[in-house]
Design a protein around this ligand. Sequence first.
Ligand code: HEM
Length: 722
Amino acid sequence: MLAERSLPGTHPREGAPRMATKKKATTTGKARGTASAAPEELGNGGELHQLAGGDSPVMTTAHGAPVQDDNNSLRAGDRGPTLMADHAFREKIFHFDHERIPERVVHARGYGAHGVFECTESLADVTRASVFAEAGKQTETFVRFSTVAGNLGSFDLARDVRGFATKFYTDEGNWDLVGNNIPVFFIQDAVKFPDLVHSVKEEPDRGFPQAGSAHDTFWDFVSLMPEATHMTLWTMSDRAIPRSFRMMEGFGVHTFRFVNDAGESSFVKFHWKPVLGMQSVVWNEAVKINGADPDFHRRDLFDAITAGDFPQWELGVQVFDDAFADEFDFDVLDATKLIPEELVPIRTVGTMTLNRVVDNVFAEIEQVAFMTQNVPPGIDFSNDPLLQGRNFSYLDTQLKRLGSTNFSQLPVNAPRCPVAHFQRDGHMQTSTQPGRAAYEPNSFTGDDRGPREAGSDGHVPFPAPVEGETRRIRAESFRDHYSQGRQFWLSQTPVEQDHIVAAYVFELGKCEVPAIRERMVANLRNVDESLAGRVADGLGMPLPAASTPAAPVVETEVSPALSILANAKETFEGRKLGLLVGDGANAAAVKRLTKAVEKAGGVVEVIAAKVGGATLSDGATLEAKQAVAGAPSVLYDAVAILAGPDGGSGLADEPAARDFLTDAFTHYKVIGLGGETDALVAATGLDGKLDDACLPVGTAAETTAYVDRLAGPRHWDRSVTA
Ligand code: HEM
């Protein structure tokens, strides 16, 4: 049958129809462009026609009609006008013209994956949520990580909050835990959310800057909103430039409620802890990563999952009751506050493993619709005004973005448990709902009757007593805007404090209006005098008078859990070594190092002067993943350079190789050096400056010592400033 099909676009004058060839799916990656096409695949104008057959299904229109020719529109005469009668063309262009949907108004840029949550400890005593019913219980999940401010096409390493939104497909409906990688928020009341977002997005009269808070309108707004100060300490910290989605924490932020079978309620905060430990990059590195690989975070997640290196997070809960909540200095309904782990320890209750990348980014990552109001029985809301506002907002935003009230039927959003209701019709209805009655009460029977209420088995809202006058008022218990910011600052290591100071200086330095800088520094004086002094100094401005806090700043104990570096995990697991190899490099050393890093749970990426690879000492060619010009050291957690014997294989003459070493050094990375690297080191001006974290990697013993060192922190003592 295939053999009888004629090549489309062949002019009848040219004689007998040509035969279609059966083609196998290309697995070699060999190009099949016109240059390599068989003559019988070429059309009248030399264009390539790939015909169905073998494993290739027939192309059809959206309505299923086989398409004759996808390369030429229908025209009158070889060089004549295109005809309106070409419905296949019309349909194709029509669909293309409508491909884009509005991007998310915030968190537009993101990436996600499927996974599973396994409960490791029953929480039946405090919640009837089936996801926590018993140890061993598994629930399917989908996670989307995101940046907040940037557009869909922005870069991954913006200094920004990261979204960490998880959909649990529980057997009593979807639970969306729509959190961030920072446990507090900028504002206390959702009514200010549009203002916050307008301030951080591109300035409307000029359309920039993209994906960044380093501009006047953002700092203008937050400096006028002292409640935002605590959150800015977090966004100026290394939390806002994570090394990987796999290496950051996640937080539900708000205080939620658990409700058990007996109808008793407790408050709960949710925490995700990455099994790989937390890690961040440094700012100078982030800036360069954004140029070298704007998709750094999504590629990292995709690569890890497709390699079978599944990222995991432990889910922890802080559970406390109303009486306990009343003892805190702050209000647990205020989303600008956290509950230090030292006050209420985190109880680990399960593990989530992300084990499957999506098949289609648009269908799944773009169309997934998270909504804070999606909670199953056993989970309920507190009166946090930010949460209450969010519960109101997300339904609207999904309708705007996805265009139909039936977005819950999209595969990524559809609950995995049975769904039955009397909601009917609407755009893009895909469910053929049976039965005669589309209302209740009704007196029909069987399938005609439809579903019935669950009663006390359903989601019963916790009957929290409500009293008071209807007023637009901020509770007095929300007045303290600085104490927890101070606690965060004092809980950071000196290196982390340096980074926070540098970040404020960078960001405020981008503000053109001096009064904004002054107001912000005036607020920072309430957090810590040395912080404010150092920022003012970095900006080259006199220290302004402190602003007057609405409530006295309370001195609180430091919380070591708030520091990334104080809690760094000693491991190279899940990390990546950039191995720059020169021609003539010792083959045994390359092999030994690769094996040792892989044994430590890391990944080795080989880089050479040319992507064709390097010729090793044994004459074999080592394939390179990247040429050094496209693989700066910012893409790696640590680097090693294995050069050849004479003159380091010319690496010293390669500007990208020099940058590779200089940047690795500037970014405090552990550096391995093997072969003749003196010329390269000299060319970078680093001779005489190499320190304890620049280690030889020639012999077996050296390799072991180097790989052991990789598990440790960056060499923060290095006298550079990045
Ligand atoms: C604690 C504070 C907040 C957190 C942790 C948070 C978190 C998130 C996350 C993670 C997303 C992205 C979801 C995804 O990946 O699809 C998101 C989107 C969004 N958030 Fe929030 N958000 C917060 C506050 C708010 C507030 C106060 C509002 C409005 C009142 C709001 C409105 C939105 C909207 C409209 C979207 C876009 C949703 C979409 O189009 O899919 N958020 N938020």
